[in-house]
Every structure is written in structure tokens, then in C-alpha cells.
Design a protein around this ligand. Structure first.
Ligand code: HEM
Length: 351
């Protein structure tokens, strides 16, 4: 009996040992796999560490070309070295000088208001109205003014927002704001191009310079110094308005062309093309913004009763005579410019 128990005991121990051995063997290959995997991983990591180590990043930073499956121009270059020149020109030069120019223009306008003051009409208004701007002209002007000013505001936010707005508002609001500004700028930009083109077609003829404009410039538009109130001769547009018109067209063409290059990067533009377009876009826009600071001042307060024409379409006879005498002589006898009561009494006579 004892022998039998001994047998059974030996058998049990053997089974147990066998099962332990088997389980040990069963886990052994997994352990081996992990080890080999670990070996493989460490060699790959080693390779990567060598590859993506200091030397690798130094090469990337130096603009060395690598390999990608992308087919776009300069696809293998992760960091563009000449891009540093663009960054310095934009951030260290154009951006601060632009801010200085805009604040300088606003400062000059404020100074002009307090030292020279608005140009008032020399004589009292007669009440007779002269047709100056059609409804189409006014719609065009105000659509372009709104488009330009809103693009200027969003463009300035994109350049200067990180310095002036970002530090004072919560991060999420800033993110939403700057994303919205970018989208607005990208989508409304082409509308400005269309309006600019329409304005050019519609107003270029009356904006051609003539001899009369030389005298207007020599007398500084009758707005300053000893010439103030002298009302130099002018046709429909005076020398200053013509200069502003051509500045708008000249800068506007650069702004819209460079804007299209930036807005539609679908034509294999290289980084250099984008950087150059960005600098041209920014420079032309800053010049135009400064120019229009003066235009807005003159239109709103600088010349008495100017705004009336662009709002109602009509100007007072005194304003027309004093600021655009040549044009006034041409249009004063047109039926549409006859005093209303005269026209109605004539039609009363007919009836
Ligand atoms: C609040 C903003 C503005 C005001 C108050 C304003 C006001 C005026 C006024 C009163 C005139 C008519 C002058 C006249 O009858 O001789 C005018 C003309 C004009 N404005 Fe503006 N303007 C503004 C913004 C703009 C902007 C942003 C642009 C262009 C982007 C612009 C472009 C023009 C042009 C091209 C003319 C015609 C000048 C000419 O050739 O006679 N204006 N503006």
C-alpha cells in the first residue's frame, strides 16, 4: 500500500514537474521573442538616434535636402535657410517701420487738424445742388472703402495682433479671432481686386493729369500756408485726388497680384515666391493705408462739405465753384443741375 502511495506520489510529482517544465518552455520562446524584439528595437533606436541626432538636425537646419514622397517644389527641404532673410525683413524691419508710418500718418493728420484746421467754404452755401456722383459711383466707392478698410484691419491684426491683442485677451478667444481674421482676409481679398478693377475702368479718364494740376500742386491745393483758401483751379478731380487715385491703382495692382499668389498656392510657387509676394503685399498695403489716412481725414473733416457729395450724390453750388471751378462751368447749365423750383416752375408754365 505504502509502495502504491509512493508510486502515485512519484507520478504526481513527475506530472507537476513536467507541467512546470512545459510551462517554462512555453514562456521561454515569448521571452526570447521579446529579447530579440528588444534587440531589434534598440538597434533601430540606435540608428535613429544617430540619424535624428545633433548631426541630423544640424543638416536640416542648414537647409540640406532630404527625401519625401511629396512632389511639391523644394519638398525635400524641411527648413529653408534663405527664409531667415524674409523673416528678418518682415519682422525686424517692415513690421516696426510700417507701424511707425501708420502712427506717423495719424499723428500728422491730428497735427494738421489742430494747426491748419479744416478748409471752410469762403462764401455761404447757395442751396442750389449740383449732381456729382451717381448712385453707381457711390455704391462702388463705399463698397471699396468698406472692403479696403476691413481688409486693412484684418491684415494689420495678422501682422501686429500677436504684439497688441494676444497678450490682453484669453488664448481661446485669440485663436478664434485670428483664425476668423485670416479666413476673412483670404476670402474677401479677391472682392477688393474686382472692385479695384471696376473703379479703374470707371474713373481712369477723369484722373488723367493736366497742366491745371501743376498749378494746384504748386499752391498745395489751397489748403496750407499763404495759399490757404486760394482755391486753385480744378476739373472734376483736383491734383490731389488724381494722385490718390493713381496711388490706389499702382499699389492696388501689387496688392492684388501678390495676394493671388499667396491666396492660391496651387501653381508650384516656391518658398521664395511666397516670401517675395508676402513682402510686396505688406509694403504696398502699408503705403496705401498711410495714403488713405489722409484721404479719410480730408473726406471726413479736412474739406467742408466734401462728404455730402459722396453720401447724397449732390454738392452745393458754392462748394463746386470753389473746389472744382472748371468742372462747375462745364455742368452748371445741365438740366439736372437747375434749381428745383426753377425746373418745376418751367414745367408748370408748360402745363
Ligand atoms: C471713411 C472712409 C472714407 C471717406 C469718408 C471717404 C470720402 C470720400 C469723399 C468725400 C470723396 C469725394 C471727393 C470729391 O467729391 O471730390 C471720395 C472720393 C474717393 N475715394 Fe474715398 N473715402 C473713404 C475711404 C476710401 C477708401 C478706403 C478708398 C479706397 C480704397 C477710397 C477711394 C476714393 C477714390 C478713388 C475717390 C475718387 C477720387 C477722385 O478721383 O475724385 N475712399 N472719398
Amino acid at each position: 500500500m505504502t509502495k502504491r502511495i509512493q508510486h502515485w506520489f512519484i507520478l504526481l510529482v513527475s506530472v507537476l514537474m513536467l507541467s512546470f517544465t512545459l510551462s517554462a518552455f512555453a514562456s521561454e520562446p515569448a521571452d526570447d521573442k521579446t529579447r530579440s524584439e528588444r534587440l531589434g528595437e534598440s538597434s533601430v533606436q540606435g540608428e535613429l538616434a544617430g540619424f535624428a541626432g545633433a548631426d541630423y538636425w544640424r543638416a536640416v537646419r542648414d537647409g540640406q535636402e532630404g527625401y519625401t514622397t511629396s512632389k511639391s517644389p523644394e519638398h525635400g527641404v524641411l527648413i529653408s535657410v534663405p527664409g531667415q532673410a524674409w523673416f528678418i525683413l518682415k519682422e525686424k524691419w517692415m513690421s516696426p517701420l510700417g507701424a511707425l508710418a501708420i502712427f506717423g500718418s495719424i499723428g500728422l493728420v491730428v497735427l494738421a487738424y489742430f494747426t491748419i484746421g479744416p478748409l471752410r467754404l469762403s462764401k455761404a452755401k447757395t442751396g442750389r445742388k449740383i449732381k456729382r456722383w451717381s448712385l453707381v459711383d457711390r455704391t462702388l466707392h463705399w463698397s471699396m472703402a468698406f472692403t479696403f478698410l476691413s481688409l486693412a484691419a484684418t491684415g494689420l491684426a495678422l501682422v501686429y495682433g500677436k504684439h497688441f491683442i494676444k497678450p490682453i485677451i484669453p488664448r481661446d478667444i485669440w485663436a478664434m479671432f485670428i483664425y476668423g481674421a485670416k479666413q476673412y482676409h483670404n476670402y474677401v481679398g479677391p472682392l477688393f481686386a474686382i472692385l479695384l478693377f471696376t473703379v479703374m475702368i470707371k474713373w481712369w479718364r477723369k484722373s488723367l493729369f493736366t497742366k491745371v494740376d501743376i498749378n494746384w500742386f504748386m499752391k498745395m491745393g489751397g489748403m496750407v500756408g499763404k495759399h490757404k483758401g486760394s482755391h486753385p483751379s480744378a476739373d472734376f478731380s483736383n491734383g490731389g485726388e488724381k494722385a490718390l487715385f493713381w496711388l490706389l491703382i499702382f499699389c492696388g495692382v501689387f496688392i492684388t497680384l501678390s495676394g493671388f499668389v499667396l491666396d492660391f498656392p496651387l501653381f508650384d510657387q516656391t518658398r521664395r515666391d511666397m516670401e517675395l509676394s508676402n513682402l510686396v503685399h505688406m509694403l504696398a498695403s502699408l503705403v496705401l493705408i498711410c495714403g488713405f489716412v489722409f484721404h479719410i481725414y480730408v473726406g471726413l473733416v479736412g474739406i467742408e462739405a466734401s462728404l455730402e457729395g459722396m453720401v447724397t450724390g449732390e454738392v452745393d453750388e458754392t462748394w463746386a465753384k470753389e473746389h472744382h471751378d472748371i468742372w462747375y462751368e462745364k455742368v452748371k447749365d445741365l438740366p439736372e443741375n437747375q434749381p428745383k423750383n426753377e425746373t418745376s416752375s418751367k414745367s408748370d408754365d408748360k402745363s
